[in-house]
Write a protein that binds this ligand. Structure first.
Ligand code: F6R
Length: 607
């Protein structure tokens, strides 16, 4: 959730840290800070608020060549200058940035108070700093001090630490929160996310859980918590850093909605097999025999990733006729799930770092299950933990709410449905139809993108309502959930999704002229049922916006968004686009910060 960055080398550290933090700000953004190591002391700057607030307090120049920085998403302690990171332990010896949660912070704080430490903030992080300082008194090896300190810590952490008496040295450790080391020419970087260091070096090493990296300008050493050296060759990252900039767009959210045709082209690229009318994947590590042995599929993810899984489950069942369902990864991991060897598990995550999804994967693997990742960020924790699966190749998604990665995930499910379906009962002719629809998809989305003014007008018409319903059936209900989630996240309107079939079983009581309903109404065999539901709403004077393919809708609802129909597997992706624009323009009309909504963070690496 928080972003971490560190630098040691011969450049001035401050601009490097600020550049890195700017690229991480989407992860968490309620406060930011940097600590620069200079002449046996730390220059510390930290401020509640966005990174720009911190920028406004910094000196023009600082000669330090070693420093750490942090952008925060508050867990322990409100967003304030004092609670912002980096934290400096009370004697001033140690400074630290931390991502994660120390679960036994209370007990450790009591113990450390007895040892004479005082605490200026409400954070669990300050406790870590004091604990490391305490260990440093025993010997002056910072790495060994951290190793001993973390052995007493329960919880998750990605940390970077500096000691004032050990100039030019940063030590990072990882347990449950991502840490990546960047190796430059006589300089080292460390961060929670490659985005922060990609402008400076492409040579990286991901720390695994239970590892510590000791970094000086010319050397790096990685060891595990037992002090065994685990150095390994670097990997080269392939990140187009320009993709992570807004370009001419007003917001990342808008840019990411608009670039969906290209993102989807990348998801499809090289995966359509025109000869056998199927899909192929490079990284599943399962052959046809393995796949045919599975009797069920279960999809896990959180938030929008979970919702995409519920739509994906309908797609797979629809085409491949294999029982498939989706569950929240967070619910799954806590309920001691039965892991069935004949079930194929799929873990969906844009960031590849969502802690609940990662631990669900570990739970499945621990019990002998097979799990594949459907992940956007290459080399992320979930991708590495799964070891096999499919990358989305959607490109960096910076806006906090997921848009293009949601669409690309639905594409990935369509490909998977085709692949498994063609191993089972789907005929080559049916396979060819899916391939046609997938090939047409980017242009059809482009056509919808070009109608953004139409969606803007509808958004502005309904922007001042305080609540809204989203309804649909089957995949349409999944889209309703996604539409409602997007709207509430960015505009703070209370939006609730319901299966259209359930409305009359209770929620209809809330329908009145102040409660608009956004209805997903594809032209399928449930059209008549959906039209009856809409009539029930209209009878109660509820305003209705419907999106679908049937012209009948135009006469029955207040606003009709005509969305072209193509194939049941790709229609949900087309119907998604107006929902995204409506959320975006509603947020704008209400003056909300659409890229960085309140209380949220891009990558949820805590429980
Ligand atoms: C919603 C949103 C979140 C994420 C969820 C999972 O717009 O972005 O609900 O979908 O936090 O994140 P990932 O996909 O990174 O695992």
């Amino acid at each position: 959730m928080c972003g971490i960055v560190g630098y040691v080398g011969s450049r001035h550290a401050m601009p490097v840290l600020l550049e890195g933090l700017g690229r991480l700000e989407y992860r968490g953004y309620d406060s930011a800070g940097i600590a620069l190591q200079r002449k046996g002391k730390f220059d510390l700057f930290k401020k509640a608020g966005r990174l720009d607030v911190l920028r406004g307090t910094l000196p023009k120049r600082n000669a330090a060549t070693c420093g750490i920085g942090h952008t925060r998403w508050a867990t322990h302690g409100e967003p304030s200058d004092l609670n912002a990171h980096p934290h400096v332990e009370s004697s001033g010896a140690i400074t630290i940035v931390h991502n994660g949660i120390v679960e036994n912070a209370g007990a450790l704080r009591d113990f450390l108070r007895e040892r004479g430490h005082t605490f200026a903030s409400e954070t669990d992080t300050e406790v870590l700093a004091a604990l490391i300082a305490e260990e440093f008194l025993l010997d002056t090896d910072l790495t060994a001090s951290i190793r001993r300190a973390v052995s007493r810590v329960a919880g998750t952490y990605g940390i970077v630490v500096m000691h004032k008496d050990v100039p030019g040295l940063m030590v990072a450790a990882r347990n449950g929160s991502p840490v990546v080391v960047g190796i430059g020419e006589n300089e080292m970087f460390v961060a929670s996310d490659i985005a922060a260091i990609a402008p400076f070096t492409r040579q990286i090493i991901y720390l695994e859980d239970g590892e510590i990296a000791t970094l000086s300008a010319k050397h790096h050493e990685i060891q595990d918590f037992q002090a065994t050296i685990t150095n390994r060759p670097t990997s080269t990252i392939d990140v187009d850093t320009t993709l992570a900039s807004k370009g001419d767009h007003e917001h990342f959210t808008l840019k990411e909605i608009i670039e969906q045709p290209d993102a989807i082209r990348r998801t499809l690229s090289g995966r359509l097999d025109e000869r056998f009318k199927t899909a192929h994947f490079g990284g599943l590590n399962l052959d046809a025999k393995d796949l045919m042995a599975f009797k069920r599929i279960k999809i896990l993810g959180c938030g929008s990733a979970y919702i995409s899984g519920s739509i994906g489950a309908s797609m797979i069942e629809r085409l491949a006729r294999i029982p498939t369902d989706a569950e929240s990864a967070a619910e799954f991991r806590y309920r001691n799930p039965i892991i069935d060897p004949q079930t194929l598990y799929l873990a969906v995550s844009q960031s590849g770092e969502t802690y609940d999804t990662l631990t669900a994967v570990q739970e499945i693997q621990r019990k002998g299950g097979t799990v594949l990742g459907i992940v956007n960020v290459v080399g992320s924790s979930i991708a590495r933990q799964c070891g096999a699966g499919m990358y989305l190749h959607a490109g960096p998604e910076i806006a906090v709410v997921s848009t293009k990665t949601f669409a690309c995930t639905l594409c990935a499910f369509a490909l998977l449905a085709l692949y498994i379906g063609r191993m089972r009962d789907v005929s080559p002719a049916e396979g060819a139809e899916v391939i046609r629809a997938l090939n047409e998809l980017p242009q059809q989305i482009q056509n919808l993108v070009e109608r953004s003014d139409e969606f803007k007008q509808i958004a502005e018409k309904y922007a001042q309502y305080q609540r809204a319903y989203f309804i649909g059936r089957c995949e349409g209900f999944g889209l309703a959930r996604e539409g409602a989630l997007k709207l509430k996240e960015v505009s703070y309107i209370h939006a609730e999704a319901y299966p259209a079939s359930e409305l009359k079983h209770g929620p209809l009581a809330l329908i009145d002229e102040q409660t608009p309903t956004f209805a997903i109404v594809p032209d399928d065999d449930l059209l008549a049922k959906n039209l009856s539901t809409l009539a029930e709403i209209k009878t109660r004077k509820g305003p209705v916006v419907a999106m679908g393919q049937s012209e009948v809708l135009a006469t029955q609802v207040d606003d009709y968004i005509q969305v072209p129909g193509s194939h049941p597997l790709t229609d949900p992706i087309l119907l998604l686009i107006p929902l995204q624009f409506i959320a975006y323009y509603t947020a704008l009309a209400r003056g909300c910060d659409v890229d960085q909504p309140r209380n949220l963070a891009k990558s949820v690496t805590v429980e």
